[in-house]
Write a protein that binds this ligand. Structure first.
Ligand code: 4AD
Ligand code: MG
Length: 484
């Protein structure tokens, strides 16, 4: 008999059918008359209960049926007598694929701390919380591809190994075939990268944007969805050294179009998760409610996870300029002195405490901040006309800020004027000749264009209601985590 996923058995198979299910034992309970085995195969948050009469299974088999063991169970699907499930499998036969020594198997049928589970990242997908997160992560990834496909975008694969530092922040993992202990040196005593595999210094990509722009200037609307790497000391609950980024890039889009797209895009993919992951999100909603109960009353969130997701998809995001945001932050000070660890004034980069103040305390809505000071943003952003309304020059940047997360999206309209772009490169110390290929798009058939980057794990963090980014990627790469 062929094997059926438990999700399918629970939802669509009629009572009376003979079925074979396969999965890992979550719990085993013995009563005077029967043995109850809860099995889960990862296809759904819901377990299926398999029941044998007392004495039906040999002592030898029963001893091997412990939490974590993998089984195949054949029997008929019957209405359940017990509370908690509509149907169960009346066991005809059992095959133990792999036992799990109960004295050694680290996952027991109880709530384990997230910190403990992070230490056993190889087994944590077998828990309810992590399997739910991974299914939601999958649904979001699928929804993202679907959104772009439905809207006429082409999926562009940008390089992982690259010579450019797209963000100009210098936080790159070097890629080299040279012997790090004794690399060849030039006459001036510098590492001679001309002898390297690529003949020059290369690194893992921090962003696919610059290559994405090349795609947009040919295909019109493209998006990337791939791994990106940052060698910043990302010992926070919002940063990973390896994370996945989605970067749409659109010819003929200006800042306003970019904002409209970003808002519609995130709302659509969150709506998709609500529609397609109802069981998992209900489980995660409950998990969060339990966690909230352990907090002080004033720190508890007003909305449940599901209410928060509904709220975000049904309300317009606030849009305001960086200059207006600074005014709000500065004026908020007398209300509560010393509420910010970092002081704010026009020209400083906002810290996540400022972003979260705007979103969680002031507006209580997602916010799109625009027109940041030129000096704190990347060289490629389109410069605004200079105006006396701001203390200094600004660029057509936009950051989307979310409650509990801070920055979830960063993007901008791009500088399409060749001379202004070259001047800006000189200012920030980039040799224009090294980016001749990028400048060619401004040299030949330049056009207004814009794009943004969504940090995939920050989206998954928001949708699952988890609080540490290391819990929403299967195998986190962050300082001190790369064991496998
Ligand atoms: O703001 P960032 O650095 O922007 C870019 O890389 C642009 N090239 C995007 C574009 O315009 N095409 O990064 C974009 C997003 C951030 O808003 C954040 O969500 C996420 O990527 N991000 C990280 N996520 C996890 N760990 C990190 N270390 C991250 N750094 C950025
Ligand atoms: Mg950013």
């Amino acid at each position: 008999m062929s094997y059926l996923p438990i999700q399918h058995v629970l939802k669509t198979v009629p009572v009376g059918t003979d079925v074979t299910i396969k999965g890992w034992v979550r719990t085993k309970r013995e009563s005077k008359n029967a043995v109850f085995i809860a099995l889960n195969d990862g296809s759904t948050i819901n377990n299926i209960q398999a029941v044998a009469e007392a004495g039906q299974l040999s002592e030898e088999t029963l001893k091997l049926v412990t939490t974590g063991a993998c089984l195949a169970v054949t029997g008929s699907l019957v209405e359940s007598q017990g509370a908690g499930q509509a149907v169960e499998v009346k066991i005809a036969s059992i095959q133990v694929y792999g036992p799990a020594d109960p004295d050694k198997y680290p996952l027991q049928p109880k709530r384990h701390s997230l910190e403990f589970l992070r230490e056993i990242a190889h087994l944590r997908p077998r828990t309810n919380t992590f399997s739910a997160i991974l299914r939601v992560r999958h649904a979001l990834a699928f929804a993202i591809h679907k959104y772009f496909n439905d809207n006429g975008f082409f999926y562009l694969n940008t390089p992982i190994i690259t010579a450019s530092d797209a963000e100009g922040a210098g936080e790159m993992f070097r890629v080299t075939t040279l012997d790090a202990t004794k690399p060849p040196l030039t006459e001036e005593g510098k590492v001679d990268y001309s002898q390297d595999f690529f003949g020059r210094e290369t690194n893992l990509t921090v962003s696919g944007q610059l290559e994405g722009e090349l795609g947009a200037m040919a295909l019109g609307k493209i998006y990337t969805f791939g791994p990106t790497f940052r060698a910043e000391n990302s010992n926070t609950t919002r940063h990973l050294a390896e994370f996945w980024m989605i970067e749409p890039e659109m010819a003929f889009f200006e800042l306003e179009d970019n904002m409209n797209l970003a808002e519609d895009f995130v709302k659509t993919v969150i709506r998709y998760a609500l529609q397609h992951c109802a069981d998992d999100l209900a489980f995660l909603d409950n998990r969060l409610k339990e966690e909230e109960k352990t907090k002080k009353k004033e720190e508890q969130s007003e909305l449940s996870l599901l209410e928060k997701l509904q709220f975000v998809i049904s309300n317009e995001f606030v849009r305001l300029t960086y200059t207006d945001a600074i005014e709000i932050l500065v004026n908020s000070k007398p209300a509560k002195k010393g509420q910010f660890q970092y002081e704010v004034s026009w020209g400083v980069d906002l810290q996540s405490e400022h972003e979260r103040y705007l979103v969680e305390k002031h507006f209580k809505k997602p916010v799109i901040l625009t027109n940041y000071p030129r000096a704190i943003k990347s060289f490629y952003m389109k410069q605004d006309e200079e105006s006396s309304a701001t203390p200094g020059p600004t660029v057509r940047a936009m950051d989307v800020l979310f409650p509990g997360i801070g920055e979830i999206i960063g993007g901008s309209q791009r500088e399409d004027d060749f001379d202004k772009l070259v001047a800006r490169m000189h200012e920030v110390g980039i040799e224009p000749e090294t980016m001749w290929w990028y400048l060619d798009t401004r040299r030949f058939g330049s056009a207004p264009h814009a794009g943004f980057g969504l940090g995939f794990e920050r989206l998954v963090l928001f949708v699952t209601g988890m609080s540490n980014i290391r819990d929403v990627i299967p195998f986190p790469r962050a300082p001190k985590t790369a064991e496998f």
